[in-house]
Ligand binder design. Structure first.
Ligand code: ZN
Length: 446
């Protein structure tokens, strides 16, 4: 039985879907104006594992991720670069999708709707809010009137004074209350805009999620996810809009992942420690980056260090070594697999799941024949759910590498461990990891 930590209730709950024949899940997607950093990759990877786990249990799961391709940051960046806005968003989205695919996260185009392709449902949603008396028009803007939604602040558990404090940065003279937020704003001739009942303009950020969810998934979904940094004000505002516009709750479960720090420090442009995904993917294989992103519990902060990425890389090598000779056949060992699945069903306890995969790896090295093959099938199946162990590692060796491995084998049989360790280091510098098993030394490429 899947249990998830539901943010507004601050506790783990049994997951009971609205309709077990069709699970609906939504995670706020990228704003496409700059190359993604490692923090942008955590929600897509974490929720991709949840998606894979749900697919294991339920016949149909629809998982939507929006693309914010109209935003003030996009406008500013396109102006700075002197290129049309559409060129910037197209190119950035292409780069983003390429990197996500290296991380094993792939969305069908229909599950990644763009805001600019869906303006009419956004306008319709805003009209409904105005009709219901939840939003008002002022100085070319349409604003959501927070005071009309009495449960405002319940999702992020913020008190009224914190809410006012949070909204203070965005004070505008046309707001009735500093907490009120923009649903629609006017566009000048140079800014993208669409005709609307309130003149030419563009949607605010929060309304796009409420409107896209309604358009593609319906009024209430099962799971809404995102980074904890989005819980206020973004998700709080989504909740307010959707509850007022639809009269029913937006999501049954709200799940939030923790933030990424770098060597113990907050990742920030001002600190100069932002790790770009494109840079890390030059150094590490996509699966190693993915596994690193999964190596801490998703609700905890994840400290990005070289030691952590290196450890994930070596874990993958170990798992791949254990799969050597696996021919894709074999019966999944239900006891081990259920143990793994049980860990993930406990609010996605992936670190525990990984330790069970290490146990299975140990059993593979001890096992033989069918037993070994069945355990290999089990390890592969666990990998499928985590989205790793999806490709064959390069197996060819060059002459020099063959001779170094041969020398090391001889050194070990002569019990010359100093030489054997030196050779291991030399091979490592060539990108080959050597592991000693009861069947002799095993190698794999980094
Ligand atoms: Zn959103």
């Amino acid at each position: 039985m899947l249990q998830v930590y539901n943010t507004p209730l601050k506790r783990k709950e049994n997951f009971t879907p609205q309709d077990p024949n069709h699970i609906k899940m939504y995670v706020c997607g990228p704003t496409v104006y700059a190359t993604p950093h490692i923090g942008n990759a955590r929600p897509p990877v974490v929720f991709d594992v949840l998606y894979r786990l749900l697919k294991e249990e339920y016949p149909k799961v629809t998982y939507l991720n929006n693309v914010t391709d109209v935003d003030d940051k996009i406008n500013a960046r396109a102006k700075e670069m002197g290129i049309p806005i559409r060129d910037l968003t197209e190119e950035t989205l292409k780069v983003y999708q390429g990197m996500m695919s290296s991380l094993g996260v792939v969305f069908a185009p229909e599950n990644m709707p763009r805001v600019t392709d869906n303006i009419p449902p956004i306008i319709a949603f805003i009209e409904r809010l105005i009709e219901g008396g939840f939003a008002y028009f002022a100085s070319g803007h349409v604003l959501f009137q927070v005071a009309k939604y009495h449960r405002y602040g319940k999702l992020s558990n913020k008190a009224l004074d914190q809410l006012i404090e949070g909204a203070r940065v965005d004070v505008a003279p046309y707001k009735k209350d500093p907490r009120d937020f923009v649903l629609w704003k006017p566009s000048d001739d140079e800014t993208p805009g669409w005709e609307s009942p309130w003149g030419r303009g563009r949607p605010g950020w929060h309304i796009e999620c409420s409107a896209l969810i309604k358009e593609f998934l319906g009024d209430t979904i099962d799971i809404h996810g995102g980074g904890i940094d989005l819980s206020f004000p973004h998700h709080e505002n989504e909740v307010a809009q959707s509850n007022c516009g639809n009269g029913v709750p937006l999501a049954r479960y709200w799940m939030h992942n923790g933030m990424i720090t770098v060597n113990g420090a907050k990742m920030a442009k001002s600190l100069g420690n932002v790790i770009l995904l494109e840079d890390i993917l030059k150094e590490y294989d996509g699966e190693a980056v993915r596994l690193t992103l999964l190596s801490a519990h998703y609700r905890q902060p994840l400290d990005w260090t070289r030691k952590r990425t290196q450890a994930s890389k070596e874990t993958l090598i170990k798992f791949n070594n254990a799969l050597e000779g696996y021919n894709g056949e074999g019966v999944v060992d239900s006891k081990s697999f259920l143990k793994f699945k049980g860990a993930l069903e406990d609010d996605l306890n992936i670190p525990l799941g990984l330790s069970i995969m290490h146990e299975i790896t140990g059993l593979i090295h001890k096992g033989q024949g069918d037993v070994r093959q069945n355990l290999q099938a089990t390890l592969k199946k666990c990998g499928d759910i985590l989205g790793v162990l999806q490709k064959e590692y390069k197996k060819d060796l060059c002459e020099n590498e063959v001779s170094l491995l041969e020398k090391r084998k001889v050194a070990r049989s002569n019990k010359d461990f100093k030489l054997s360790d030196d050779l291991r280091d030399e091979l490592k510098s060539l990108g080959i990891i050597v592991e000693d098993t009861k069947d002799g030394q095993k190698w794999s490429r980094i």
